[in-house]
Design a binder for this molecule. Structure first.
Ligand code: CA
Length: 296
């Protein structure tokens, strides 16, 4: 495999909690978010423009919608979003979702275009309060997992038969058998164990060779893993500790975009990583795969 170039700063965005990078293949734009800043950004690599939208509450993730516009997982639930007008249309409250206790966090669409997003507790407690939700193209919502700590990276294998899922506090990647026809999951097992000294697993994405990229929160890096063997294949260092999400983009899907966070860092830590909250890119020598859009 080709060796990676050095990561480059794309935007000195100083996001509080930059997150949710996803390439919109139809529009050739990168979407990303600032969870704590209530912002959804649309970045155009051709012009350098980074168009912001304020969505009025914390936003956990963004995905393209096949019918136009974007879908969000907001604090309160799923929503449609038009980045051109800024209009937010909140869908009915998902089952078992209590915004007084939890907020939505990371999520993505499965290969059939269902939108999966999970939640995390607003205040850390003894019991994991999060859920993993699924919004189908017909608008129906399903609770897919309970007792989730911090629902994060989610990705599907190239053969559409396996779902890879990160509940961050568990420091591992679990796999599920996934039925592309129905969206059902089962047979949960651990496929990657993250050593505690390399950071916490956050967002993830799959590359065209079926390998899994994981953004390492407090790990100053993005890592590449073989989910079939559990082996770590590659580590790309970044000048920021809190690397939060990763997504392949660009016309050839050969650029890996990375978001990062400033939240929780002391003044002293920020002085040592002034680019925290920035958007970065690197050419890792492998291509990604298209992110499916929501089909509803
Ligand atoms: Ca995340």
């Amino acid at each position: 495999m080709a060796t990676a170039g050095d990561p480059q700063l794309v935007l000195d965005a100083r996001a509080q909690l930059g997150e949710g990078a996803i390439w919109n293949d139809a529009r050739q734009r990168l979407h990303w978010i600032d969870i704590n800043g209530w912002r959804v950004f649309t970045y155009d690599p051709a012009t350098g423009e980074n168009h912001p939208g304020n969505v009025g509450q914390t936003v956990g993730t963004v995905v393209p919608r096949a019918g136009g516009g974007l879908m969000l997982a907001l604090h309160e639930g799923f929503a449609r979003f038009d980045p051109d007008t800024g209009r937010v249309t909140l869908l009915p409250r998902p089952p078992e979702h209590d915004p007084a206790l939890v907020r939505f966090n990371d999520g993505k669409c499965d290969p059939a275009g269902r939108f999966w997003a999970g939640t995390m507790a607003l205040v850390k407690g003894p019991k994991p309060l999060g859920r993993l939700h699924r919004l189908d193209a017909d608008g129906t919502m399903h609770v897919m997992l309970r007792d989730v700590g911090t629902s994060n990276g989610i990705a599907w294998s190239l053969d559409r038969r396996t779902m890879y899922y990160i509940d961050t506090p568990l420091l591992r990647v679990d796999a599920f058998d996934y039925d592309d026809a129905t969206g059902a999951i089962g047979n949960r097992r651990t496929v990657i164990t993250i050593p505690p000294d390399i950071g916490r697993p956050d967002g993830s994405t799959l590359d065209a060779e079926g390998m899994l990229w994981i953004a390492m929160y407090n790990g100053w890096s993005v890592t590449r893993w073989n989910p079939l063997t559990g082996e770590r294949l590659q580590t790309i260092r970044l000048p920021v500790a809190r690397v939060t999400s990763c997504a392949f983009g660009g016309p050839d899907l050969d650029t890996l975009y990375l978001t990062s966070a400033r939240t929780g860092l002391t003044d002293e830590q920020l002085a040592a990583q002034p680019l925290a909250g920035g958007l970065f890119q690197v050419k890792p020598g492998v291509r990604g795969v298209r992110a499916p859009a929501y089909q509803g």
